[in-house]
Design a binder for this molecule. Structure first.
Ligand code: NAD
Length: 287
C-alpha cells in the first residue's frame, strides 16, 4: 500500500485569517452601524453554555454587538416566542440564534419558524433550507459553510467529484449535501440504515463524516487521494476525537481535517460572517 501523509486542512488557521478580515471590515464601520448578533440560551445544559460563551467571545473579538439572552429552564414556549418577536423587530439585531437543543417540552421547529428568515443566522428556517436546495439566496448553515471554505482552500476543482456524506442531520448532513450538489459533485448520502457503508465511502473523492461516533471511518474505507472532512466532536476519556480514525485515514487521504482544529473553528467564524452578511455589510475580497 502506498503510504502518503495527507496535508492538514488547518481550520484554526483558516478561521483566524477570515476573522481578521471581518474584524478589519467592522472596525471601519461607525459605532451605530455595527452588526448585532442575539444568542438565546434556555436552561442550564453545560455544553450549550460553553457554545454560547464561545459565540459571545468571538462576537466581541470581531466587533459584533453581542446580545446574549439567558432564560431559565422554567421559561415557557410563549415567553420564548415573545422574545424572538422582540428580536425580530429590534433594528440593532441582524442575526438571531437559539441555542439547540432546547429543553424538553419546547417545539424546536416552531421556535426556528418564529425567527425571521432574514435574521436566521444559522440558516435553519424552512425558507432558508428551501432556498439552499433550490439554488436561491439562502443563509447557509455555519458548519457546512465552513466545510465548503476548507474544501475551496485546497484549490481543487470540486465539479464532477464523487462526494460521500455520512450523516443526514438538518444541521450538517443535509445542508452540506445541498451545497456539494450545487457545486456539481456527484453525491452519495450514507446514514444509519445504509447497507455496506464502507464500499460507499470507498467511492468518495470527498468524504464528509458527520456521525457522532469516534473513529467510525477508518483508513481502509478511504480512497487513495480523497479529501477527508471530519465534522465529529466526540469526547473519549476526557479528550476530543473525531468521527475519522486520523492515523489510518491520513495515510490514504490527500487532505484531512484534524479534530480539534478543523471544522470546529470554521463553524464559529462562519456565524460571524453570516451576521455581517445579514447586516448587509460587504466583505473585503478573500474574507
Ligand atoms: P446527529 O446525531 O443529528 O446525526 C448523526 C447522523 O449520523 C444521522 O443522520 C445518522 O443517520 C448518522 N448515523 C448514525 N449512526 C450511523 C451509522 N452507524 N452508520 C451511518 N450513519 C450513522 O448529529 P449531527 O448534529 O449531524 O452531528 C454529527 C457530529 O458532528 C457530532 O459529533 C457533532 O458533535 C458534530 N458536530 C460538529 C460541529 C462542528 O462545528 N465541528 C457542528 C455540528 C455537529
Amino acid at each position: 500500500m502506498d503510504t502518503v501523509q495527507a496535508k492538514i486542512l488547518d481550520g484554526k488557521k483558516a478561521a483566524s485569517v477570515i476573522k481578521e478580515g471581518l474584524k478589519a471590515r467592522i472596525s471601519k464601520l461607525p459605532e451605530g452601524g455595527r452588526p448585532g448578533l442575539a444568542v438565546v440560551l434556555v436552561g442550564e445544559d453545560p455544553a450549550s453554555k460553553v457554545y454560547v460563551g464561545q459565540k459571545e467571545k468571538a462576537s466581541v473579538e470581531v466587533g459584533i454587538n453581542s446580545f446574549v439572552h439567558k432564560l431559565p429552564a422554567g421559561t415557557t414556549q410563549p415567553e420564548l416566542l415573545a422574545l424572538i418577536e422582540d428580536l425580530n423587530c429590534d433594528p440593532r439585531v441582524h442575526g438571531i440564534l437559539v441555542q439547540l437543543p432546547l429543553p424538553e417540552g419546547f417545539d424546536a421547529d416552531a421556535v426556528i419558524s418564529a425567527i425571521h428568515p432574514e435574521k436566521d443566522v444559522d440558516g435553519f428556517h424552512a425558507v432558508n433550507v428551501g432556498r439552499l436546495w433550490t439554488g436561491g439566496r439562502a443563509v447557509e448553515p455555519c458548519t457546512p459553510k465552513g466545510i465548503m471554505a476548507l474544501l475551496d482552500s485546497t484549490g481543487i476543482e470540486l465539479k464532477g467529484l464523487n462526494a460521500v456524506v455520512i450523516g443526514r442531520s438538518n444541521i450538517v448532513g443535509k445542508p452540506i449535501s445541498a451545497m456539494l450538489l450545487s457545486r456539481h459533485c456527484t453525491l452519495t448520502i450514507c446514514h444509519s440504515r445504509t447497507k455496506d457503508l464502507p464500499s460507499a465511502v470507498r467511492g468518495g473523492d470527498i468524504v464528509v463524516a458527520a456521525v457522532g461516533r469516534p473513529n467510525f471511518v477508518t483508513g481502509d474505507m478511504i480512497k487513495q487521494g480523497a479529501i477527508v472532512i471530519d465534522v465529529g466532536i466526540n469526547r473519549v476519556g476526557g479528550k476530543l476525537a473525531g468521527d475519522v480514525e486520523f492515523e489510518s485515514a491520513s495515510q490514504k487521504a490527500s487532505w484531512i481535517t484534524p479534530v480539534p482544529g478543523g471544522v470546529g473553528p470554521m463553524t464559529i467564524v462562519m456565524l460571524m460572517k453570516n451576521t455581517l452578511e445579514l447586516a448587509g455589510i460587504k466583505q473585503t475580497p478573500g474574507t
